[in-house]
Design a protein around this ligand. Structure first.
Ligand SMILES: *[C@@H]1O[C@H](CO)[C@@H](O)[C@H](O)[C@H]1NC(C)=O
Ligand SMILES: *[C@@H]1O[C@H](CO)[C@@H](O)[C@H](O)[C@H]1NC(C)=O
Ligand SMILES: *[C@@H]1O[C@H](CO)[C@@H](O)[C@H](O)[C@H]1NC(C)=O
Ligand SMILES: *[C@@H]1O[C@H](CO)[C@@H](O)[C@H](O)[C@H]1NC(C)=O
Length: 927
């Protein structure tokens, strides 16, 4: 049996350092950094057994707590083990140590648990150097210390050593030490070195600094089949020896007891792919007779490595491999074999083996580091914000998300609930890759800065629950309205246009109507409005000389180029009269009020004058005003302002020129191709928005999610994948979340370029503010036809109810039929589809206006998916993931048909949108 080199580096033997080493010489500690972790700040001492000068680690780390071990350890171990620093909070806790760039260091981290916490439970955690995993710290005994050495040349001026909590106990550390080494020692062809084993043969003593100028720790190594030999003479290094193995280590050695057998030992690799460097030091320590010789070869796995060599009396020579040792079978058996003319068996004094590890010099982008450090200082952030912000990549600073660049950049900053005070820091502007900024729930004051609008990467800003003041920057609102940015500013009581929960509309008890464009009266109104608006837009485009309507001034009088969005505010009746030129252009009439065309500067608006006779309540008016005044999102209809004056109540909206979704799907001349429909469906299911399909298709994402939410069910699949829709914003961007409660395709309006916006918030509800509820018990409001029948009978909601709803939407997309057809005895779209499918001709199912312009396999497949979704038994319905996958297959089929026949590839239908609706009897003057 071959003696296995265990990993003694991990097991400091109890008592082995007890022998007080009397130092013959005071050794040079130049360049040493010796941190006693947990030592009180600013204290230091000279360790008695080694003479090493330790200092407190407090200046190198800002987290963690100190703990002393019981006095029992003071009799056994060196002083740096008597206390430790532990990290009960935070996943990452990092030391930041300044070192000399380009110097080769032996870096050592040491750990002695010693039941410091009284739990008698050995923790396990990970140790990182910057981005790179140094190793896992794993104990076997409460009373044994372990340490880890690496030899590494940092190419930076400081080095970050991080302890990472992996949920297997609290990380802690006893000592952290740095020892400079000559750059000519321990060279590799690539990579750094991690100590696997360092063995001193023929002794039972441990030696380190005081004896070893580099402070290598030499552990004793003996074996029953070996004989120890030693000398009391000094063993000098040979000329030009650079490894400086101490004399005391070299003065003992092992030889095989059976002098005819080789001396053998081996190690087992951590991983088969690991590579190693081995260092063997030999010195003859037996005075040989004239007729004696000691000559041997060193073999690895039977292959010659060094030799023949004949150690010189009292003179050390270190042999090492110039390139890494690697065995594909993971076998590393060293044998020292005497040559034939040797009279003595082989001998070895000292042995080291290191594993090659790669320690990356990766650092977060310097500019971003400087900025985030400034932000940290500005706000006094007191989190785990130490060392490199983005590294290790798996454990960045809490609140940060970084990208994967070669010098990682910060793309998300979450400083919510961090007790921030003062203004929004201008440093943030310099985080040029930032996409998400969350500063909510702090005490920030001052204005919302203009620079936020000029950060092109920024997509989401959350400023809720602060004390921000003034108007929102117009440029920022512009970006919100063109959908390039989501902004939430709820609960900033002094911010213009962002109302706290109930400070917006005056509290008046009066009953009247909210005839939101697309709600009551429904489709007809919408169609009419859309037609008129379209027509007017055309006229306007022809005649460039549109006159300017007198502009109502903003209360705090900003400059003229304030955009329309800034004036989300209360208007007076006389302003409304001017805006609409005394209500000259009614563009629609619902059951409850009239809608007029108006202008603010050159921007068209829809002015809804609310009829006091309507059944809608004043509360609903309030609800809508409050909601729209405090949320900004590209997928919500912009409320420009409102009128709340004596007997006059009104809402002023942006124009929605293309009508609503129901229209586009079924009744308008706009014909969505089969490919369009599949993309819509996939997008609705999955939320993947490419530039090109975003606008039209976010419509259905909104709709589906709305349905989902109406069912009061937290559908994780959907809410995760349907990002950035108006509804998602209502639910997750607003706190408390808002439920729309009146989903209809007619409540989803389309802008000129088919951007979808949610409208009619008259029924919307906020959740109770205590955050305790994830659903509400309330009468389900909304449009029948989408509800899972199983939910009706069982009253139990599952995610399969959402799948059902999605199936209904999918059927609408495929067939362009109403969910419930009044013309046909209220037949539901599912019944209808079932009947048509039974006839076996796909053309009877698909929207006939497509005139067969689709791949029939693709069409059949999509119908199958829809029908599976609406199975009456929820367990037969697919999951949303399956739906997405299947729909993608459908799209692929359709795409390949189009590729084969490129002439089919036309999307002109939307551009050549023509309206063939009878215009109202009045005829607007061209201006
Ligand atoms: C070497 O010489 C000594 C006497 O000096 C003798 O006792 C010994 O047997 C010799 N050994 C061998 C192997 O010849
Ligand atoms: C011993 O034998 C080896 C070859 O096996 C030879 O190279 C070496 O010179 C010899 N040494 C002595 C001291 O005779
Ligand atoms: C807001 O922050 C405070 C501490 O600053 C915290 O206690 C509270 O839970 C936070 N509220 C929310 C809704 O996050
Ligand atoms: C908010 O800011 C205003 C000044 O703009 C100040 O008077 C008020 O005390 C602040 N409120 C809080 C809660 O800090």
């Amino acid at each position: 049996m071959i003696m296995e080199i265990l990993r003694p580096l991990l097991f400091g033997l109890l008592g082995c350092l007890a022998a007080v080493q009397i130092l013959v010489l005071a050794q040079d500690q130049t360049g040493f950094i010796s941190l006693d972790c947990g030592l009180p700040e600013n204290s230091s001492y000279e360790e008695l057994t080694t003479g090493i000068n330790y200092i407190s680690d407090a200046a190198y780390i800002s987290t963690g707590e100190s703990q002393d071990l019981t006095s029992k350890y003071k009799n056994i171990y060196e002083r740096q083990f008597w206390n430790l620093r532990y990290f009960s909070t935070g996943t990452r806790n990092c030391y930041n140590v300044s070192i000399n760039r380009g110097t080769k260091y032996l870096i050592r981290a040491s750990f002695l648990y010693g039941n410091y916490d009284g739990f008698n439970r050995l923790p396990k955690f990970n140790l990182y150097v910057g981005q790179s995993l140094w190793g896992s710290v794993e104990f076997t005994e409460v009373d044994l210390y372990l340490w880890k050495d690496i030899i590494h040349i940092p190419l930076t001026d400081n080095i970050y050593i991080c302890l990472i909590n992996i949920n297997q106990g609290t990380p802690f550390i006893s000592a952290l030490e740095f020892r400079p080494l000559p750059n000519t020692t321990y060279t590799t062809t690539g990579g750094s070195l991690s100590l696997y084993s360092r063995a001193n043969f023929g002794t039972d003593q441990t030696y380190r600094f005081g004896y070893d100028v580099f402070d290598r720790i030499w552990l004793p190594f003996t074996y029953k089949k070996w004989t120890n030999v030693s000398t009391s003479n000094t063993v000098d290094p040979t000329n030009h020896a650079i490894y400086e193995v101490p004399s005391i280590v070299m003065s003992t050695a092992a030889t095989p007891t059976n002098s005819s057998s080789p001396l053998e030992f081996k190690w087992n690799p951590d991983e088969v792919t690991s590579q190693y460097y081995a260092y063997m030091s030999f010195a003859e320590i037996v005075k040989l007779q004239a007729n004696q010789t000691r000559v041997f070869n060193v073999n690895l796995n039977g292959q010659h490595l060094f030799g023949p060599l004949s150690p010189i009396y009292l003179s050390t020579k270190t042999f090492y491999s110039e390139t890494a040792l690697y065995d594909a079978n993971g076998q590393y058996e060293i044998s020292l074999v005497s040559t034939e003319n040797s009279t003595l068996p082989p001998l070895i004094n000292a042995f080291e083996v290191y594993k090659v590890i790669n320690i990356s010099d990766l650092r977060t982008d310097t500019a971003d580091v400087n900025v985030i450090m400034s932000i940290k200082l500005t706000y006094g952030v007191n989190k785990d914000w130490q060392a490199d912000p983005c590294l290790p990549k798996a454990y960045p600073w809490s609140g940060l998300i970084c990208n994967n660049d070669t010098a990682p950049r910060i793309i998300s900053l979450d400083l919510s609930s961090s007790d921030l005070t003062g203004e929004i820091s201008p440093y943030i502007f310099n985080l040029s890759m930032l996409q998400t900024l969350d500063l909510s729930n702090n005490s920030l004051s001052g204005k919302v800065p203009d620079f936020l609008a000029n950060m092109p990467s920024l997509k989401v800003i959350k400023l809720d629950k602060n004390n921000l003041t003034g108007p929102l920057p117009p440029e920022l609102l512009k970006r919100v309205n063109n959908n390039s940015l989501t902004l939430s500013v709820e609960d900033n009581p002094n911010l213009d246009g962002a109302c706290a929960s109930d400070s917006c509309a005056e509290k008046k008890k009066k009953s009247f109507i909210v005839p939101v464009v697309a709600s009551v009266g429904g489709l007809l109104v919408v169609l009419t409005v859309a037609a008129i608006i379209f027509w007017i837009v055309k006229l306007r485009n022809k005649s460039q000389d549109h006159s300017t309507v007198p502009v109502p001034r903003v209360k705090d009088t900003k400059s003229n180029n304030d955009s329309l969005e800034v004036r989300r505010r209360q208007f007076t009746y006389s302003e409304i009269v001017r805006m609409t030129e005394n209500f000259a252009r009614p563009v629609g009439e619902g059951g409850s009020g009239r809608v007029y065309l108006g202008h603010i500067e050159n921007v068209q608006v829809a002015v809804k004058m609310l009829s006091p006779l309507s059944a809608h309540s004043y509360q609903q008016f309030q609800t809508e005003v409050k909601l729209l005044m405090r949320v900004y999102h590209g997928n919500l209809t912009s409320l420009v302002g409102y009128l709340n004056e004596k007997d006059h109540f009104g809402l002023i909206y942006e124009y929605m020129t293309k009508g609503n979704l129901a229209q586009v799907l079924s009744e308008s001349p706009v014909l969505l191709t089969w490919e369009d429909r599949l993309r819509i469906a996939i997008d609705a299911a999955q939320g993947e928005k490419t530039q090109q399909n975003y606008r039209v298709y976010s419509v259905l994402s909104t709709n589906t999610l709305l349905l989902t939410f109406l069912l009061h069910h937290k559908n994780e699949i959907l809410s995760q994948i349907l990002k950035n829709t108006g509804l998602e914003y209502l639910h997750h961007g607003c706190k408390p979340p808002i439920v729309h409660r009146d989903v209809k395709t007619t409540n989803i309006l389309l802008t000129d370029n088919f951007q979808a916006k949610l409208a009619d918030f008259g029924l919307s509800k906020s959740f109770p503010n205590d955050g305790s509820k994830t659903h509400m018990s309330t009468t389900v409001a909304g449009t029948p036809g989408y509800f899972d029948p199983e939910y009706y009978t069982s009253n139990r909601l599952t995610e399969k109810s959402d799948v059902y709803s999605f199936g209904v939407v999918l059927l609408e997309i495929i067939t362009c039929r109403p969910v419930i057809s009044r013309a046909q005895k209220n037949v539901h779209i599912i019944q209808w589809a079932t009947t048509m499918i039974a006839q076996g001709d796909i053309r009877n199912v698909i929207d006939p206006r497509l005139k067969g312009e689709f791949d029939s396999n693709s069409a059949w497949k999509s119908v199958e998916i829809a029908m599976a979704c609406v199975s009456s038994n929820s367990s037969s319905r697919p999951t949303m993931n399956q739906v997405v996958t299947e729909l993608k297959n459908c799209l692929a089929m359709e795409m390949s048909r189009k590729t084969e026949n490129p002439s089919l590839n036309s999307r002109d239908s939307i551009e050549t949108f023509s309206i063939s609706i009878n215009l109202p009897t009045y005829s607007p003057e061209a201006r």
